[in-house]
Design a protein around this ligand. Structure first.
Ligand code: SF4
Length: 351
């Protein structure tokens, strides 16, 4: 039976960075190198108990069983779209539902990870935002989404997860400490061994945390921009009333980018709201000299939100204006819309 309880008195070792695990092990009076041994077991496929950790003594394994645990996530529902996109709904110990989406692209796989159950940011076009925030996820709950999808891929004889994007439910930078802890585990070569180049954190624009992320990591940054003027952006993304476009783009320009890497600008196209040629020209103006590429996301219509998808010709005209100004602008058709797995559609409906 998966152990996913958050109120257990046992310490969940899957939520600890290697340093935190070392502190825990040393406090038990054991040598620090034991922590590295345990850490590398914790992220191997199929490990759910200490009994499998054969390079630890039987007595130490028994001691760990009494004071610690290895959590994993319980799948509430698994849906697969015709294009191969898989949406997992996980039920947490407090019955909150979170969702992750595994998106195949030829032999590559991208996992879209959630950082919170719900979201407090209230972006007008987003179903997760309309739920409000239930709670932030623990580091273990973030990492366990990756472990579950990785295990399923490997059990099916498929390739590994190539890219991780923090674009699922929640605002990752509003759960910064646990995001950082999860990133440490994901990139540790004794943990899940992801390259930071393969991880993208998306934000609606919490400026001080963008600065902190840039100072502390080398992961990619994606910005949910979605409008080129403050009036429209404040209507669509309430965070803009605190950190306006100028403050946000200043933080983006200061974000330390390794050579050849660019910031990803996400722009959802909403008919009659932000999709005019004038909006495209204003976007060119504000993005001046920012090393970026632009993803244009024609809105995924839902029953509950009042936004419409622009005509294809409008989307292509918008793209053309950006391209003629020298920007890389790609029209992204969301995957998995029929199972409500597309951008802005994650709402934990089963809860
Ligand atoms: S778009 Fe992102 S930040 Fe905005 S409400 Fe949705 S999940 Fe939250």
């Amino acid at each position: 039976m998966p152990d996913n309880s958050t109120d257990s008195p046992l310490t969940d070792l899957r939520g600890l960075t290697l340093q935190e695990l070392t502190d825990f092990i040393v406090e038990l009076g054991e040598p620090g190198f034991r922590a590295r041994q345990i850490f590398s077991w914790l992220y191997r496929p199929g490990i759910s108990s200490f009994s499998a950790m054969t390079n630890l003594s039987l007595a130490f394994r028994a001691r760990l069983e009494n004071i610690a645990r290895i959590s994993c996530l319980r799948v509430d529902k698994r849906e697969e779209a015709g294009d191969g996109t898989v949406k997992y709904a996980f039920k947490l110990a407090d019955n909150a539902i979170i969702e992750s989406v595994l998106i195949p692209d030829n032999d590559r796989h991208t996992l879209c990870v959630s950082s919170q159950a719900g979201c407090a940011m209230g972006c007008a076009f987003c179903l997760t935002g309309s739920m409000g925030l239930r709670r932030s996820l623990t580091a273990a709950e973030i990492v366990n989404q990756v472990i579950h999808a990785r295990n399923e891929l490997e059990a099916g004889g498929k390739d590994r997860i190539n890219n991780l994007v923090f674009m699922g439910m929640g605002e990752p930078l509003a759960n910064y400490d646990n995001l950082r802890r999860a990133l440490d585990i994901l990139i540790d070569d004794h943990g899940l061994d992801f390259s930071q180049r393969r991880i993208t954190v998306s934000t609606c624009g919490i400026v001080p945390k963008i600065e902190q992320l840039g100072a502390e990591t080398r992961v990619n940054l994606a910005i949910s921009l979605h409008a080129a003027d403050n009036e429209t952006r404040s209507r669509l993304l309430p965070i803009n009333q605190t950190y306006d476009i100028a403050a946000l783009l200043k933080a983006c320009r200061a974000y330390p980018l390794p050579k050849r890497r660019r910031i990803m600008i996400e722009y959802v196209l909403l008919a009659g709201i932000n999709d005019s040629p004038g909006d495209a020209r204003q976007l060119i103006k504000i993005l001046h000299k920012l090393r970026c590429k632009i993803n244009l996301l024609p809105c995924n219509e839902t029953e509950t939100l009042p936004f419409k998808r622009p005509e294809r010709a409008v989307v292509e005209k918008f793209q053309q204006i950006l391209q003629e100004a020298g920007y890389t602008a790609i029209i992204r058709e969301s995957r998995g819309a029929e199972i409500s797995a597309a951008c802005g559609q994650l709402a934990g409906k089963n809860s």
